[in-house]
Design a protein around this ligand. Structure first.
Ligand SMILES: Nc1nc2c(ncn2[C@@H]2O[C@H](COP(=O)(O)OP(=O)(O)OP(=O)(O)O)[C@@H](O)[C@H]2O)c(=O)[nH]1
Ligand SMILES: [Mg+2]
Ligand SMILES: [Zn+2]
Length: 342
């Protein structure tokens, strides 16, 4: 029973469609399935979601409205970034709650799965145009494999990727950057004691950018530097485990320079069970030009006899980090393959 999982709901939170007793004068005539089309319902954008409660910014008034999902929308769900139509009471009078009755078509959808063998998707953000992957050069240590995962997800969702390396006051990022030398992705360096926001602002202007990365890398710190009024809480990184404290617990869209920046909670893993294998290959753009010339039946796996990737490593044409890049791609391919065996 669903109420068991919604203990935080009070009496005002019940959707009115749950409790309305529909008059049915013709006795046992079945109720029509036809729903109102809500054509004139006010539109808005979802800026935040907490425990099933949506914060929606209206299009026509500079005002936020609290809303829940109408019954027929609960299965589909809405995400931060979604454009939605509202019905019911949007006056924000105490005790009233609007209902999300329609989600407008999405231009993009960023998803992850619980793990690579799980195709059940969790929607992170709708309608983003870019993904900024944040990693700190130290505390916590950067992990290139997670970046590769994010880049694959960005490619699959059609989002333009950006890399942002934070905490450059703690260590020199030069060596680490060699990992991404063959990619055409913009890279921004940042330190919070002397943030230079010029390049970042240029990259983010007018875009809807979802900001992702491990807990503690400094995502919310960056958001606060860009939009001080955002007042996002920031947390410490545990000195022993090197882990962040999962300070941000929900996704939030914040207006920035004609667009939006969307702060997300740090996550431990980013499953790719939902992405197309072809998109994984293409997201390794530095390797793809080699892969394209492989024999047609090449699996590009480590045991594939004529794979051009091995020749390219041997010839040194993939640069210093070539072997590590190929290894990362092959690990991801193996991990994603496990889903087909299940
Ligand atoms: N030295 C240094 N510390 C930084 C920098 N940027 C952020 N920090 C610190 O890193 C810690 C974590 O920052 P947050 O902004 O909370 O990190 P987050 O990525 O939002 O973390 P979650 O919300 O848990 O996902 C805080 O103590 C920040 O002060 C930086 O450039 N240099
Ligand atoms: Mg945060
Ligand atoms: Zn191959």
């Amino acid at each position: 029973m669903s109420w068991l999982y919604e203990p935080e709901l009070g009496p005002h939170d019940l959707d009115e469609t749950d409790v309305r007793i529909r008059p049915n004068p013709k006795g046992n005539k079945p109720r029509t399935k036809k729903r109102p089309d809500h054509k004139s319902a006010p539109l808005g954008m979802v800026l935040g979601v907490d425990l099933g409660r949506y914060r929606v910014l209206l299009d026509d008034e500079p005002r936020m409205v609290n809303a829940t999902l109408a019954k027929e929308m609960r299965k589909a769900g809405a995400a931060v970034g979604d454009r939605v139509a509202l019905a019911g009471d949007t006056s924000e009078t105490e005790g009233t709650l609007a209902r999300i009755v329609r989600i407008e078509p999405r231009s993009s959808l960023l998803r992850r799965s619980a793990d690579d063998s799980d195709q059940v998707e969790r929607v992170i953000v709708a309608n983003a145009t870019q993904m900024m992957v944040v990693l700190s050069i130290a505390n916590p240590e950067p992990r290139t494999r997670l970046v590769d995962r994010y880049l694959a997800a960005a490619f699959d969702a059609g989002l333009k990727p950006i890399l942002c390396i934070t905490k450059t006051d703690l260590a020199d990022p030069t060596d680490f950057l060699a990992n991404f030398a063959g990619l055409s992705i913009p890279v921004v360096l940042n330190r919070s004691d002397d943030p230079s926001l010029v390049k970042l602002t240029e990259l983010l202007r007018g875009q809807t950018t979802v900001i992702v990365g491990h807990s503690g890398v400094g995502k919310s710190t960056l958001v606060n530097a860009l939009v001080p009024s955002a007042a996002r809480a920031t947390g410490h990184v545990n000195a022993v485990t090197g882990r962040g404290r999962q300070t941000s617990t929900s996704v939030r869209a914040i207006a920035f320079d004609g667009g939006w920046i969307i702060d997300t909670p740090g996550i431990r893993s980013f499953g790719l069970g939902h992405i197309k294998p072809e998109n994984l290959l293409r997201s390794f753009e530095d390797l793809y030009r080699v892969i394209e010339k492989c024999p047609r039946d090449c699996s590009h796996a480590a045991d594939s006899p004529d794979c051009g990737l091995d020749d390219a490593i041997a010839a040194g044409t993939l640069g210093e980090s070539g072997a590590a890049r190929v290894d990362s791609l092959r690990r991801l391919m193996t991990s994603l393959d496990s889903k087909h065996e299940n």
